[in-house]
Design a protein. Structure first.
Length: 103
């Protein structure tokens, strides 16, 4: 990947769109929703505060994150789609292997 995020930006590879519903109905491209989850590929150094100090980003490369529906900027580099987000656009980090499991 030839992208280097600046400041508090994060580069995410979006998860694949859901092509079927839970009931097994195949969705056409026009009905598929934009994914809200992805894997962090690169993280910027952080945001510079008014005091001059750096505020580090809370996520790291490899984290699976959930972000807002209309957050970020989509970019296509080397025929791959990425989402570039600000750190504040990340809503949650998915922990553990079983996503959706009740604790």
């Amino acid at each position: 990947m030839n992208l280097k995020p600046l400041h508090d930006r994060i580069i995410v590879e979006a998860a694949a769109k859901e092509e079927k519903t839970a009931g097994g109905i195949i969705l056409p491209d026009t009905a598929q929703e934009k994914p809200l989850k992805g894997t962090v590929l690169a993280v910027g150094p952080g945001k510079r505060l008014d005091s001059g100090q750096m505020s580090p980003v809370d996520v790291k490369v490899g984290d699976t994150v959930i972000y807002g529906k209309y957050s970020g900027t989509e970019a296509n580099v080397d025929a791959k789609d990425y989402v570039i987000l600000r750190a504040e656009d990340i809503l949650a980090v998915v922990e553990g292997a079983m996503v959706g499991a009740k604790n």
